[in-house]
Design a protein around this ligand. Structure first.
Ligand SMILES: [Zn+2]
Length: 61
C-alpha cells in the first residue's frame, strides 16, 4: 500500500500527524470495558483537512 503525505483535498505536502485520544478514543462495539484504541490521524496544515484515520491497535476489534 502506498502511503502518501499529500493532502487529498488541497494537494499540500505540509502534513502533520496527530493522535486522537481522550474522549475520541475509538472503542470496539460490545467491549465496553476494554481500553479501545488510539487513533492516528494526519492533518493538513494548509486547509485543516483530516485524513488517513487509523486505529493504532486494529486487532482489538
Ligand atoms: Zn489540505
Amino acid at each position: 500500500m502506498i502511503r502518501t503525505d499529500k493532502c487529498p483535498d488541497c494537494g499540500s505536502l505540509n502534513i502533520g500527524k496527530g493522535y486522537w485520544s481522550g474522549y475520541a478514543v475509538l472503542s470496539p462495539v460490545g467491549k465496553l470495558f476494554s481500553m479501545g484504541s488510539k487513533v492516528t490521524v494526519r492533518v493538513c496544515k494548509e486547509c485543516g483537512y483530516l485524513f488517513d484515520l487509523r486505529a493504532e491497535k486494529p486487532e482489538k476489534f
